[in-house]
Structures are given as C-alpha cells and as structure tokens.
Design a protein around this ligand. Structure first.
Ligand code: AP5
Length: 216
C-alpha cells in the first residue's frame, strides 16, 4: 500500500524476484482491460483518468478472480489492492475461505512533493512494463526502453492535477485501510519511509519481510 508514486510498482517488481512470488497489480490489470478496448475497460478509464477510485463492486469482482487464478504455492504480492475498507473485508473473506494467510501489509509512505515529482517524471515501456523516471531512473538512451528499444510512454493519469485528485482519494479512502489492518492485528503491519532512494527502500522492506515466518 501507499500513495500514488510512493514506489509500490517499483518495489513490487524487485521483491517478487527476491521472494519468488506472483505479482498482482490492480492498476496494471485495469490498464490491460482498457487496452483491450472492452466496454468494461472504457468504464474503468473514466474513473482512472479523473483520479477517482474505481467502485468497490467492480474492483472486488475483478480482483477476486485474479487472486483465485494466481493462487499458486509461491504466494502472492498484491499491489494497489485493497484500497478501501470494503475491499479489505472482501479480501479477508476470500482468504479465509481459501485458508490462505495474509502475512504482511507493507505501507510505503511518501510526502506529497516527492510523489508529484515522481509521477510527472514517470515513463514506462509499453512492451515489457519496465518503469523509468526521467530524472531519478532515466533510460540509457533518451526515451527508449533499455531492454526493448521501443519508445517509452506516459500514463494518461500522470498529470499534476490528476495526481492531486489521486492523493485526495488515498487520504480519504485508503488511509483507513491501514487502521483496519492495525486494529485486526492478524497480519504484520510494516511501515516504510518511501522518500529514500529505491535501493534503500528495497533493503528496508526486505529486512522487515525476512523477519517474518512467511506463509504460516
Ligand atoms: P495504480 O496503477 O495502482 O496507481 P497508483 O496507486 O496511483 O500508484 P502508481 O502506479 O502511480 O505509483 P507507484 O506507487 O506504483 O509508484 P511507481 O513505483 O510507479 O492505480 C491507478 C488507478 O487505478 C487509480 O487511481 C484508480 O483509479 C484505479 N485503481 C487501482 N486499484 C484500485 C483499487 N484497488 N480500487 C479502486 N481503484 C483502483 O513509482 C513512480 C515513479 O517514481 C516511477 O517513475 C519510478 O521510477 C520512480 N520511483 C519509484 N521509487 C523511487 C524512489 N525511491 N526514488 C526515486 N524515484 C522513484
């Protein structure tokens, strides 16, 4: 969990390699649906481009299926889901009926100024999904992917105005999810300073996860 631009996607990609888990990003799943040109994708785009959360009933249906389809022996890293208390309750029910534990909730904190700078400088590869930042993690050659050689793209919702909306949605609807997990006390709640450099953030998360009996 964490505000837009805190580094959830960047860190999730590193951690799944280190821990050998599957990675499920709700934002990536929704963007793939949009790219398919479906009516559902068009509906999702309306919310995403306005910086609003997609309504719970849509999110829970899509993510419950994604979790079920990826429920392998290596475990799952969820990125961007759940983001409301209703979504967290639905996930708890699904995990309880599948007898799967939730080991940890990692919250990456980042200040608003950092977030806005990161989001407006973000680019990604349309082929492999690799993330770049034009200042902090630039590609070697101007604006093409180091691995695929194709032109990098910018997300529709990565403008400053939309980022401010996304931050407001995070504060109002997603911060209460952190308290929800704190109160329940079943999963380890790990809070990380995301303003640090990417390698330092990875180290902090890895050290915290290495202290846990994952997959109890
Ligand atoms: P989603 O795709 O999840 O976007 P987000 O939460 O706004 O997060 P971002 O992907 O923008 O940022 P990130 O934290 O992954 O940062 P990143 O690693 O890329 O969701 C998009 C939309 O879909 C939502 O607004 C909503 O409409 C909808 N949605 C999704 N899930 C939903 C749900 N469950 N319920 C309802 N609606 C939902 O890093 C950002 C940039 O910074 C990159 O350029 C990166 O290279 C750079 N960077 C990363 N870490 C560092 C660092 N430590 N130092 C310097 N630069 C860094």
């Amino acid at each position: 969990m964490g505000p837009p631009g805190a580094g959830k996607g960047t860190q999730a990609k590193r951690l799944v390699e280190a821990f050998g888990m599957a990675h499920l990003s709700s934002g990536d799943i929704f963007r793939a649906e949009r790219a398919s040109g479906s009516a559902l994708g068009e509906k999702l785009a309306g919310y995403m481009d306005a910086g609003e959360l997609v309504p719970d009933e849509l999110v829970v249906e899509i993510m419950a299926k994604a979790v079920q389809d990826n429920d392998g022996p290596t475990g799952l890293m969820l990125d961007g889901f759940p983001r409301t208390v209703a979504q967290a309750e639905a996930l708890d029910e699904q995990l309880a009926s599948a007898k799967r534990p939730l080991d940890a909730v990692v919250v990456i904190r980042a200040s608003d100024a950092v977030v806005v700078e990161r989001i407006t400088g973000r680019r990604s590869c349309p082929e492999c999904g690799k993330l770049y930042h034009m200042t902090f993690m630039p590609p070697a050659d101007d604006s093409v992917c180091d691995d695929c050689g194709v032109a990098l793209t910018q997300r529709e919702d990565d403008t400053e105005d939309v980022v401010r909306q996304r931050l407001a949605a995070y504060r109002q609807q997603t911060e209460p999810v952190v308290d929800y997990y704190r109160r329940r006390g079943e999963a380890e709640l790990i809070e990380i300073d995301g303003d640090k450099a990417p390698d330092d953030v990875s180290q902090d998360i890895t050290a915290a996860l290495n202290n846990l009996p994952l997959g109890r």
